[in-house]
Design a protein around this ligand. Structure first.
Ligand code: UDP
Length: 255
């Protein structure tokens, strides 16, 4: 299946739908083609602009999902209508498909209690689920190698890493160097939501593309993160859209 992408501030973003993304990922899982899925949002882009390792990882990602309403807006400024695909919804749909098709999954991240509750709830929800590996997200860097080799030994098809940005993408990148036949996705605080420790935004906020607003109400400490990223991201996105808009492009020789 061909990818259709558009650049947002220099990073390829896949133009797809929730079901299109699930099909694409399942196709890769069936063919045992390893992949790193990034659920991109303004915070990730702003972080990458200050961190060259993270930036390189984003550029080499195999599938980049437009999570976050800021990405949807940046694409709209370029005249592209793209739906917002929450990473948490995408991950759950892929887990559903993996359970039905007997592909194994691994869960890495969050606190031990949250991880255990997440596994329990997923087992209740998806009967055929095969969780072949689990590890909480609090380990020292010197444990990484051991964890990566234990994960490889477990032979997972789909690996969810819930350690927050940029930790999860950097860890996935290291895993990918050793395990080249599994699909990896960074899912941030999704285990906290699945375990019931953090409330997901009500449908109204989701439909309005304001899930971030709800999360900020619930976790005011997030305000600083948004304040530090969103305004600059929006200004950069506007400048980028003006630059790439054909009206403002330099005319070629034959124009
Ligand atoms: N976390 C982890 N290891 C760490 C730091 C964080 O496993 O060293 C977990 C944390 O327990 C939480 C998740 O990573 O479950 C981060 O959630 P957050 O909502 O901050 O992620 P975001 O989606 O905003 O990146």
């Amino acid at each position: 299946m061909e990818r259709k992408t558009e650049k947002v501030l220099g990073y390829d973003v896949d133009l797809t739908t929730l079901s299109g993304a699930v099909d694409y990922i399942m196709g890769k899982i069936m063919n045992k083609e390893g992949m790193q899925i990034v659920t991109i949002n303004p915070e990730i882009i702003q972080l990458a602009s200050k961190n060259s390792t993270y930036s390189r990882i984003l550029r080499h990602a195999d599938f980049v999902i437009p999570d976050g309403s800021g990405i949807k807006l940046a694409l709209k400024l370029k005249g592209i209508e793209q739906e917002q695909i929450p990473g948490i919804d995408l991950a759950l749909e892929v887990i559903r498909s993996c359970s039905e098709m007997k592909y194994s999954i691994a869960l890495i991240g969050a606190k031990e209690e949250i991880l255990q509750t997440t596994a329990k709830r997923l087992k209740n929800e998806f009967r055929g689920i095969n969780i072949c590996y689990m590890r909480n997200g609090y380990f020292m860097p010197d444990k990484e190698e051991e964890i990566i080799y234990a994960l490889k030994e477990a032979e997972p098809d789909f690996v969810l890493v819930a350690m927050g940005i940029p930790k999860q993408e950097i860890f996935i990148n290291k895993c990918k160097n050793v395990i080249n036949n599994a699909a990896f996705i960074g899912v941030g605080g999704s285990f906290d939501v699945w375990a019931g420790a953090v409330q997901r935004a009500p449908e109204f906020f989701r439909i309005m593309g304001c899930e971030w607003l709800f999360r900020t109400f619930k976790q005011p400490e997030r305000l600083k993160r948004i304040y530090n990223t969103l305004p600059v991201f929006l200004i950069r996105a506007i400048i980028d859209s003006i630059r790439t808009n054909s009206i403002f492009r330099k005319r070629g020789k034959n124009d």
